[in-house]
Structures are given as structure tokens and as C-alpha cells.
Write a protein that binds this ligand. Structure first.
Ligand code: AHR
Length: 320
């Protein structure tokens, strides 16, 4: 009898504990841009893994590259009363109203990998790389490796109006400024995709004497560089030699291109933005610890000298 009631008591206690922990599970809405690049696919995978590891209930919304879809997703998260929102903003501007709505609802918003042109009291923190610095690192690599020869550069920009496209252009231009032998002769968006990178590079090659006038390609991400590499090969030139290739992200495929001598340098962007974001969010929700407004991730340069085959092996199963 006593054993029976002790067991019954334990069951009640267990179910209270269980329902308390279920009731207190943190719910986070994640508005992702889409899946334009290998890097972004990895960021999505890592965010889902990090949430699962921590018992966070993640509500995922893919915006298919459209800001209006992101705004709708944010409004739906607010209506559902989530505990927090992760936002990877497709473009920089146009966020003020919806961020105000989240603020009024006391829902903290964390920006992932891109910044917005809005007052910083509208979000809790931003987990990003130094996007200008990335462009600068790419430009400095080119300046150091080309030396005094004249070098006409073609540039594949990221999504128009996005913070990485704006900042990576700025940083690269800063690095080549003052070096009279460097000039960006063509610059166009490739939307951060492989297909568009190839298409735009084909038009650059046609317009520039089949590529004979081009010394280097600077692409705001590896996917566009990989598409462009294909275009350069199809034009009968050797990427990495006839046209130098420098880009950003450090996705596994670019390491294969580095190993084959078809790419020259890439600047790494970690896809793990969610880890630091969830760390500060958990502290904020548990005891109100306010994080710094910017949590900066590292930007490491890789070249053909960095054992690209080995790096490819390390990275190939990480969700890219
Ligand atoms: O915001 C980060 C950029 O967005 C990545 O460099 C690019 O690949 C992407 O899609």
C-alpha cells in the first residue's frame, strides 16, 4: 500500500517536473533569408542543431529571399508570443516598424550574420563578422600577391542592399585605394548564387576581350566565385592563374577549387552564429544579463598554402 502511494506520488511529481520543463521550454522564431548559398544552408543546419542541443523549440521560416516574407514571419512570431526572434535580414533597410512591434511586445530580437540600418535599441544584439574587414582582407591579399603589375578587377557583388554586399565592397575598395595599378573595371550583383555568378562572369568575359583584360575576380561569396570559375574555364582560360580568384565564406567546395589551383584565397565566415546567439539569449532570459550590441565572429584568410584538401575533409560534413 505504502509502496503504491509512494509510486503514485513519484508519478505526480514526475509529471509536474515534466510539465514544468515543457511549459518553460524557450520558443524562438528564426526568420532565415533562404538558401542562396552553401554558407546559408550550413547556417540553417547549425542553428537547428544548436536549438535541438539546448532544448529550444525553434520555429523556422524560410523567406525565399523576400523581405516582405521576413516581415510577415516576424509578425507571426510576435502574434504567437515567442520568447525571442532570430533574424537574418536580407537587406539593411525597412525594418524599423516590425522591430518596434517586437519591442512593444517585449520580444528580444537577435540579428544573425547581417546588420540593419535601424536604431540599435530595436534589437538585443547582432552576431556578425566584421563585414568591412572581410572585404579588406580579400583586397589586401590581392594587393600583396599582384605587386606592381597593372590589375583590372571584376567584382561580383552580393544581394543589392544587403549589408554584406555594401560592406564587403567598401572594405575591398579601401584595401586597393592608393594602389594606382588596381582598378575595378566591372561590378555587378550575382545575388550570392552560383548560377548568377556564372551568368554575370560570362558577360564580364565577353565584354573584356574574352577575359584577356581581366587580372582578378573578387566575389562577395564563394558560391558566386565557384560559378565564375566554371565560366572562366568554359571561356578557355585558367581560373587561379589567368584570372586570380578571391572570395569570402570558406565553404567546402572552394577548398576543392583551391586544391585544384582554380581559386586563390577565401575569407572564412563561420556558419555558427546561433551558438553565441543562444548563449547570450539564455543568460538574458534567465537573469536579465544584457549582452554587448555586437558579438563579432572571426574572419580567417585561407589560401592554396593552407592544405585545402585537409580543410575540405574537415568541413565537408558540417551541413554546407
Ligand atoms: O550574410 C552572409 C552572406 O550571405 C554569406 O557570405 C553569403 O554566402 C550569404 O548568403
Amino acid at each position: 500500500m505504502m509502496l503504491k502511494s509512494a509510486l503514485a506520488g513519484a508519478t505526480v511529481l514526475a509529471s509536474v517536473v515534466l510539465s514544468t520543463s515543457v511549459a518553460s521550454a524557450v520558443t524562438v522564431g528564426f526568420s532565415q533569408i533562404g538558401s542562396e548559398s552553401g554558407w546559408r544552408a550550413a547556417e540553417t543546419t547549425v542553428t537547428k542543431q544548436e536549438a535541438e542541443k539546448r532544448g529550444i523549440d525553434l520555429k523556422f521560416a524560410d523567406a525565399q529571399q523576400k523581405q516582405e516574407n521576413q516581415i510577415k514571419a516576424l509578425r507571426s512570431f510576435i502574434a504567437q508570443g515567442v520568447d525571442a526572434i532570430l533574424l537574418a535580414p536580407v537587406v539593411e533597410t525597412g525594418w524599423d516598424s516590425v522591430l518596434e512591434e517586437a519591442k512593444d511586445a517585449e520580444i528580444p530580437v537577435i540579428l544573425l550574420d547581417r546588420t540593419v540600418a535601424a536604431s540599435d535599441d530595436l534589437y538585443l544584439t547582432a552576431v556578425t563578422s566584421d563585414l568591412v574587414h572581410e572585404g579588406r582582407v580579400a583586397g589586401e591579399w590581392l594587393v600583396e600577391n599582384v605587386g606592381d603589375e597593372d590589375c583590372s578587377i571584376v567584382e561580383l557583388q552580393g544581394t543589392t542592399g544587403s549589408s554584406p554586399a555594401i560592406a564587403r565592397k567598401k572594405g575591398f575598395e579601401e584595401a586597393i585605394a592608393g594602389h594606382e595599378n588596381f582598378e575595378i573595371i566591372r561590378s555587378q550583383t550575382g545575388d550570392f548564387t552560383r548560377t548568377k555568378g556564372k551568368e554575370v562572369m560570362e558577360s564580364f568575359l565577353k565584354a573584356e576581350n574574352g577575359g584577356a583584360n581581366i587580372c582578378a575576380l573578387y566575389a562577395h561569396n564563394d558560391d558566386m566565385a565557384l560559378g565564375a570559375i566554371q565560366a572562366i574555364k568554359e571561356a578557355g582560360l585558367k581560373p587561379g592563374e589567368d584570372i586570380l580568384v578571391v572570395s569570402i565564406d570558406a565553404v567546402p567546395d572552394i577548398f576543392q577549387a583551391l586544391a585544384a589551383g582554380e581559386a586563390n584565397a577565401t575569407v572564412e565566415l563561420t556558419p555558427n552564429m546561433a551558438g553565441p546567439a543562444f548563449d547570450v539569449l539564455e543568460a538574458y532570459l534567465s537573469d536579465g544579463t544584457v549582452p554587448p550590441k555586437w558579438i563579432q565572429t572571426e574572419s580567417k584568410l585561407y589560401t592554396q598554402a593552407d592544405d585545402p584538401k585537409a580543410v575540405y575533409e574537415e568541413k565537408k560534413n558540417l551541413g554546407y
